[in-house]
Design a protein around this ligand. Structure first.
Ligand code: ADP
Length: 181
């Protein structure tokens, strides 16, 4: 499914984000940037050790990455230009600024993409796996932030793809996108 806004489009697809060929893919990382399970593990497995080496150097220089922040590395063996690593909020009932932190993940990742003048970026469903964010709520945050970002006039990003790993997650994002438009 694809929905066009005035300055770009949001695309939803089911699949594995390591098979995307956008300019950058976004990794749902953890604060230590050490790789892990879920989508993080899949990206590091496919991208090879160079990505982890760059992540370690970033943590050494700047410290652990707080939730809501994002950093960018090259993509190692993956046939794309960059991997953007962002740390989603761990769901703690919704009273610890989870929606603001999740919004910040999407905004900061897109800002980094624009700094590199990228045109296409792919996201997984940040925080809805191990970090247990309810998927309907996460999908609605994601759709609103990305729509708002694409509504500004001067960006380079023209297509944002959400690569969703299972049918339930895909449906949640589809509903959230339909509710926007
Ligand atoms: P978090 O810790 O932010 O919750 P997870 O990796 O545990 O991150 O899960 C985030 C989402 O990514 C979940 O919907 C999970 O099913 C999905 N996921 C896992 N592997 C992949 C993959 N290779 N491509 C796309 N999405 C994936």
């Amino acid at each position: 499914m694809i929905h066009k806004f005035s300055h770009g489009s949001i695309e939803l697809k089911k699949g594995d984000i390591t098979e995307e060929r956008t300019d950058a893919i976004v990794n749902a990382a953890n604060s230590g940037l050490m790789g892990g399970g879920g989508v993080d593990g899949a990206i590091h497995r496919s991208g090879g050790p160079d990505i982890l080496k760059e992540c370690k150097a970033i943590v050494k220089t700047h410290g652990r990455l707080p939730p809501g922040k994002a950093v960018i590395t090259t993509a190692g063996r993956l046939p794309l230009r960059f991997v953007i690593h962002t740390v989603g909020p761990i769901w703690r009932g919704g009273t610890r600024n989870e929606p603001e932190i999740l919004s910040s993940c999407y905004r900061e990742s897109l800002h980094l993409a624009e700094e590199k003048a990228l045109r296409t970026v792919a996201f997984p469903s940040i925080s809805t796996g191990a970090y247990a964010y309810p998927v309907d709520q996460a999908a609605s945050v994601a759709m609103r932030v990305v729509r708002d970002f694409l509504s500004r006039q001067h960006g380079t990003v023209e297509r944002v793809t959400f690569v969703l790993f299972d049918e339930g997650t895909y449906k949640a994002y589809e509903n959230a996108l339909l509710q926007l438009s």
